[in-house]
Design a protein around this ligand. Structure first.
Ligand code: PMP
Length: 292
């Protein structure tokens, strides 16, 4: 299959392999920048306003001024989706600090680079989506929330990358990361939910979780379905004793967890997961369905 990857850099559309940024960009040198991962279904970006809001918040938190208004980003997203070879895909929206002299100081960085990458996404096989993934609890701890606020979606993912390497080393698909207090923070690129006695629970961002857009909408869908939802601290105990566990994220959508540290989950896929996944797909259909 040919690679359909397409890029948009500061207003220019290019094939994926022709797009470059200078090696002096502080995004490369220091991970100084922020990003969003966005899905599009049937050529419509899903929950774009929420992603652009989170991007604006991430920018504000690191004092990075977007070089263009939000409406320009919306148009750029539409432009890239229209030019992409397929109806469904994944968009990576990146804002780097831009090029500047060596040294951490961002003040002399000339201009942020705004980049959009549209690509195909297949993170997890259909079989695993159906039957569930194997998860370990990683030894690598999530960075403390008082060191780097987990709500900032920064370009530096070394911490979750190390945890993901542990998972693969152990023959698992994904790692759950603990915070310094030993409580559940999140997955390496997804949020964690458990179901206990029919109630849904997920850790709050202060525990070290990204304020996931899928997380937020799943909590809303659960409330609509009359399922009680709690944002509460969770311990490994809560994963080991859960009736159900699943992961959420833009890339992941919803993925059931079949086992944690070799212990089979109570139910996988469980009834709460199946109901929420059904509602999630109905929402995608409603917001991005055929009626153009
Ligand atoms: N946590 C981390 C660390 C992530 O990278 C992601 C993916 N963006 C998520 C959670 C899930 O967030 P969202 O639902 O907004 O994609």
């Amino acid at each position: 299959m040919t690679d359909p990857t397409l890029c948009w850099i500061n207003g220019r559309l290019l094939p994926g392999n022709a797009a470059t940024v200078p090696v002096t960009d502080h995004g490369l040198l220091y991970g100084d920048g922020v990003f969003e991962g966005i899905r599009f279904y049937r050529r419509r970006a899903f929950r774009l306003a929420a992603h652009l809001q989170r991007l604006a918040d991430s920018c504000a938190a690191i004092r990075l001024t977007l070089p263009c208004p939000r409406e320009r980003l919306t148009r750029a997203v539409e432009e890239v989706i229209a030019a992409f070879a397929e109806d469904d895909g994944y968009l990576r929206l990146i804002v780097t600090r831009g090029s500047g002299p060596m040294g951490l100081n961002p003040e002399d960085c000339t201009r942020p680079n705004v980049i959009l990458i549209a690509t195909r996404l297949q993170l997890v096989s259909e079989r695993k989506r159906r039957e569930g993934v194997r998860v370990i609890i990683a030894a690598t701890r999530r960075l403390p929330a008082d060191g780097l606020d987990p709500r900032i979606k920064s370009l530096n993912y070394l911490n979750p990358i190390l945890a993901r390497m542990e998972a693969h080393q152990a023959g698992a698909d994904e790692a759950v990361m603990l915070n310094r207090a030993g409580r559940i923070a999140e997955g390496t690129a997804d949020n964690v939910f458990v179901v206990r006695q029919g109630e849904l629970a997920t850790p709050p961002p202060v525990e070290g979780a990204l304020a996931g857009i899928t997380r937020e909408l799943i909590m809303g869908l659960a409330r609509d379905a009359g399922i009680s939802v709690a944002e509460i601290p969770l311990a490994p105990y809560d994963l080991y004793t859960a009736g159900e566990c699943f992961l959420t994220g833009t890339g992941a959508e919803l993925i059931p967890v079949a086992e944690v540290d070799g212990r089979p989950m109570g139910d996988c896929p469980g009834p709460v997961f199946l109901e929420l996944r059904r509602r999630f797909h109905a929402l995608v259909q409603e917001e991005c369905g055929d009626s153009q």
